[in-house]
Design a binder for this molecule. Sequence first.
Ligand code: C2E
Ligand code: CA
Ligand code: CA
Ligand code: CA
Length: 275
Amino acid sequence: RQQLHPELPPRDALVSSDAGLIRIKLENELRAGLGAGEMQIYLQPIADIYTRKIAGFEALVRWQHPEKGLVRPDLFIQLAEDSGLMVPLGRWIVHEACRIAQLLEQQSNKAGVAHSGAFISINVSTMQFRDPEFFDHLSLALSETGINPQRVKLEITESALTDGEAAKRWIKQCKALGVRVALDDFGTGYSSLSYLHEFDIDTLKIDQSFIRKMMTDQRSRHIVEAIIALSKKLSLEIIAEGIETQEAIDVLQALECQYIQGYIIAKPAPLSAYL
Ligand code: C2E
Ligand code: CA
Ligand code: CA
Ligand code: CA
C-alpha cells in the first residue's frame, strides 16, 4: 500500500490515528459491500428546457450500507480510488448503468412514454480513465445489454485532459465504439477554452457552483453566457447542473441553455421510481 501510494502516511501512522482506523475499516467494508451487492445505481433525469421532456439520465452510485444506510459517493469514491477498488467498482457501474438504461428503454417503449431513447450518462473517474481494459469492459457491457452505444455518454473531468495525447486516444476509442463524451464540472478545474475545440467532446456540463454564483454575480452570469455561446458555435450540447429554482431555469432559458439537471426537476432516485 505504501509503495503504491507514497503520498499516504506510513501504515503505522494510519493505524495509530482514529481517522486512519476508520479509513481502513471503511475500506474493508467497501470491498465486502461491493462483493455483497450493496452498491446501487440511482438515476437523475436531464431535461430539455424547451420541450420539458427527459433527454437522458445521469447514473449516480450509492452504497446501501447495512448499518449506516445510504452512503453518498462523496464519502467513498475517493477511498475507492486510493485503495484500488475503483476499477472493479467502475466496471460494475458501467455494466449496471447500461443494464438499467436498457430496461428503462424497453419499459418506456411498451408504455409509449416520453423518455424513450434517453441517454445514460456514466461518470468515469481518474483510475477508470487510466484502466487499460476499460474499453474491453465497456464493449462487453454494450454487447451483453444490447444497448445502442449512441445512448451511452461517458462523463470525464478536465483533469483527464491534461495528458493531451492520452486523452485524444481515449476519446477516439469512444468514437470507435459509438459512445459519446461529456466534459463534467466545467468551470471548476483549470478550464481552458482551447480544450473545447482540441478534443472531440459532445457535451459540456456547467458546474453547479457556477450556476449558483450566476444568480447573484453578474460576472459569473457573463461567463456562463459566453460558455453557452461558444458551445453553440462548436455544436456542443450543453447541460447546466444543480438547478434548484425556477429563477435559475428562467435565466438559463434566456441564455438559451438547452439542457438542465437539478433538484427542481428531480433528485437522483432508484430505477423503481421511473418504472
Ligand atoms: P457529479 O458527477 O458532479 O454529480 C452531480 C452531483 O450533484 C450528484 O451528487 C447529484 O446528486 C448532485 N446534484 C444534482 N442536482 C443537484 C441540485 O440541484 N442541487 C445540489 N445541491 N446537488 C445536486 P452525488 O450523487 O452525491 O455525487 C457526487 C459526486 O460523486 C459526483 O459529482 C461524481 O463526481 C461522484 N460520483 C457519483 N456517482 C459516481 C459514479 O458512478 N462513478 C464515479 N466515478 N463517480 C461518481
Ligand atoms: Ca457527473
Ligand atoms: Ca458535475
Ligand atoms: Ca462533481
